[in-house]
Design a binder for this molecule. Structure first.
Ligand code: EPU
Length: 355
């Protein structure tokens, strides 16, 4: 494990922002991870974990230690009558993992193909797309509980197996919600090291998302591989490839509003794009398409210096070359304000700001 100082993160964030970490380390196993956090604790400096940097807005300088999660490994660990149980290291590339599950005969994650990022980020964000959410196939999440780690003086390999710091959090305790979980609410409390998936043995195609259903109008019973390929095709058409044009996928959540707000908006904007959302305390809720709201404000393709609203999908902000994180946040604020003035709806940001 090598700790480097003044390390460039430009290639490690999908926006491609120029950003430097005061200290940087890539960790390949649990021992290296706890040693890295210990290093920061002893030096009394902050630390943060970076996955593949596909859902973050980095500022020019990240004080303290930036830890790149590189714990790898994926395998079938057991099976029951109903499920395959598969463990995947937090540093594994998500899309490669999804492809592997299908190739190995454990289909179920195909709707989530091509989502950039690591597998460790899947439960943090509860990633979702094309009518599916990662949470539905997560069994449990193995984490380092950093609060209990700070109580121990030093950690050896032997301690690693015995101490309380390593926890397996069952799905029911992860508080999964739309792009949310207990891990996201306090990024410093736990570091995700491995995810256990429970993939149902009885596979069923999920074509609930209209765009995907339309793709298969001619083929009524597509295979998991065909759905995987379709999702890759649809995503590639709408979302920019971060290796060609810096971006972090959707920059805003799709806002959820109550019935009264929805009714008022629908009266004023008859073509409002909305979907029924799960009830909250027995009250009806609606999800609005943030991309549509931004588009209706005439902001699709809008550009300030090297920061822009992607011309094919208004929910995605892009870096045309030399944009800084702070400039992107200025653009995001302008979008939020414009949408609020027109619709009275406040957008919330999806990528995490670091620091
Ligand atoms: N729309 C517009 N103009 C735009 C963009 C969208 O009018 O510029 C309209 C579309 O025509 C459509 C609706 O808004 O009627 C929704 O658009 P789309 O189907 O493209 O999906 P989205 O709501 O914009 C969400 C996720 C994506 C995910 C897709 C597909 C969020 C914040 N975003 O986008 O997730 O891939 O659905 O399931 O929930 C991500 O999180 O990074 C991400 C890309």
């Amino acid at each position: 494990m090598q700790i480097q100082s003044n390390f460039s993160l430009q290639k490690l964030n999908s926006f491609g922002f120029l950003s430097y970490a005061e200290y940087f380390v890539s960790v390949e196993n649990e021992l290296e991870l706890s040693n890295a956090i210990e290093f920061a604790t002893h030096k009394n400096i902050p630390w943060q974990v970076l996955g593949s940097g596909s859902n973050v807005v980095l500022q020019d300088f990240l004080p303290g230690l930036t830890i790149q999660m590189s714990i790898l490994g994926k395998k079938l660990v057991s099976e029951s009558a109903m499920h395959f149980y598969i463990d995947c290291g937090a540093g594994e590339n998500w899309h490669d993992f999804v492809r592997w599950t299908i190739e190995e005969g454990y289909p179920g994650l195909e709707n989530l193909a091509l989502i950039p990022g690591t597998t460790g980020a899947a439960p943090i964000q509860n990633i979702g797309a094309y009518g599916a959410e990662a949470a539905s196939m997560i069994d449990s999440v193995e984490v380092l509980d950093t609060k209990s780690l700070q109580k121990t003086q030093s950690i050896t390999e032997v301690d690693l197996n015995t101490q309380q710091s390593w926890q397996v959090i069952p799905k029911e305790e992860c508080e999964f919600a739309y792009r949310d979980s207990i891990f996201k609410r306090d990024l410093q409390a736990y570091v995700v090291t491995q995810v256990r998936f429970a993939i149902p043995k009885k596979w069923q195609a999920n074509l609930s998302y209209a765009e995907l259903a339309n793709y298969f109008l001619e083929n009524k019973s597509p295979s998991a591989q065909e759905i995987f390929d379709a999702v890759v095709t649809i995503r590639s058409q709408k979302l920019p490839d971060p290796t060609l044009l810096g971006n972090a996928g959707s920059f805003f959540h799709n806002p959820i509003v109550d019935l009264a707000t929805y009714t008022q908006l629908k009266e004023k904007f008859t073509n409002l794009v909305s979907y029924p959302a799960p009830d909250l305390l027995g009250e009806k809720q609606f999800k609005l398409a943030a991309g549509w709201l931004i588009d209706q404000c005439g902001l699709k393709g809008y550009r300030v210096a090297d920061c822009g609203v992607y011309e094919k999908q208004a929910l995605v902000l892009v870096n045309y070359g030399a944009a800084k994180g702070s400039e992107m946040l200025d653009l995001a604020n302008h979008i939020k304000q414009t949408v609020f003035e027109k619709f009275g709806v406040l957008l919330s940001q999806e990528p995490i700001n670091l620091p």
